[in-house]
Design a protein around this ligand. Structure first.
Ligand SMILES: NC(=O)c1ccc[n+]([C@@H]2O[C@H](COP(=O)([O-])OP(=O)(O)OC[C@H]3O[C@@H](n4cnc5c(N)ncnc54)[C@H](O)[C@@H]3O)[C@@H](O)[C@H]2O)c1
Length: 257
């Protein structure tokens, strides 16, 4: 019996094999969860369906772009019909224009700021609201993905650092809102991992190298490390934990100079 057997979990953010969301999907599946996945647009439907086919089970798959009005409501209406209820929600999505992920932070545009906030931070609120009627009273969990650039200046992370700060703060406000309904909300602050989104950050390779050299564990983390922590946070083992940001960063964030 797995830690998540009999539980239904929806995961937003699988795009390809490198996606952190895919590492989380594999870990949740291994622990017995039944999964639901979104794909962002028509172009991504086939890759997501192909990946999902690698995990045997009755996976619910439907489109959802968090910037498209009505998409979130349509997604959860379909999910509710197919699965009946939810025990977990994973938010593993973010976006900022490439030109905002390098250069001077002072050059951040309003459009770029708005878009980064909408996709990377507001969507946690929108998706939690959409899922709530399916999670209420079930000792359910929500997990989102953050990064150290939320709290410290990380060169080139710029507008995404501000969006992650909003995401971590939203984690706390949401936790307080939905806690009385039995729903927990936590963030995982993951160390740098080579993914398609991450490669949009200028000079991302040096973040990886720096962490592998300096982190207490002297290594980078991977999608599997994050997946296992997501399982823990969504399982009954973490039933006393909410509103927290948990670091999966080989200890990097404890360092001073
Ligand atoms: N890779 C890292 O180094 C790292 C470190 C810490 C946190 N994170 C966070 O992990 C999460 C997953 O990113 P990843 O690194 O796995 O990259 P990824 O590119 O594999 O995943 C990003 C996902 O966001 C989705 N997305 C973007 N815009 C969307 C929209 N409008 N509507 C719906 N979905 C949308 C994409 O479809 C994709 O599935 C992000 O929140 C990211 O900021 C990544």
């Amino acid at each position: 019996m797995g830690l998540m057997s009999g539980k239904n979990v929806v995961i937003f953010g699988v795009a390809n094999k490198r996606s952190i969301a895919w590492g989380i999907a594999q870990a949740l599946h291994r622990e017995g969860a039944r999964l639901a996945l979104n794909y962002q647009n028509d172009r991504m439907e086939e890759p997501v369906r192909k990946l999902a086919a690698e995990l045997p089970g009755d996976t619910f798959i439907a489109p959802c772009d968090v910037t498209v009005p009505g998409d979130i409501d349509r997604f959860f209406a379909g999910l509710g019909k197919a699965m009946g209820h939810l025990d977990g929600l994973v938010h593993s999505i973010a976006f900022a224009k490439r030109e905002e992920l390098g250069g001077n932070f002072v050059d951040t545009s309003w459009e770029g700021y708005q878009l980064a906030q909408q996709v990377s931070a507001w969507s946690l609120i929108g998706l939690t609201k959409g899922a709530l009627p399916l999670m209420e009273g079930r000792d359910a969990g929500v997990v989102c993905l953050s990064y150290y650039g939320a709290e410290k200046v990380v060169q080139n992370y710029n507008v995404m650092g501000v969006a992650k700060a909003a995401l971590e703060s939203s984690t706390r406000y949401l936790a307080n809102d939905v806690g009385p309904k039995g729903v927990r909300v936590n963030a995982i602050s993951a160390g740098p991992i080579k993914t398609v989104s991450a490669m949009g950050v200028s000079d991302f390779g040096s973040l990886l190298d720096n962490m592998a050299q300096k982190a207490p564990l002297r290594r980078n983390v991977d999608q599997g490390d994050v997946g296992n922590t997501a399982v823990f946070l969504l399982s009954g083992l973490a039933r006393g934990i909410t509103g927290q940001t948990i670091y999966v960063d080989a200890g990097y964030s404890i360092l001073g100079a």
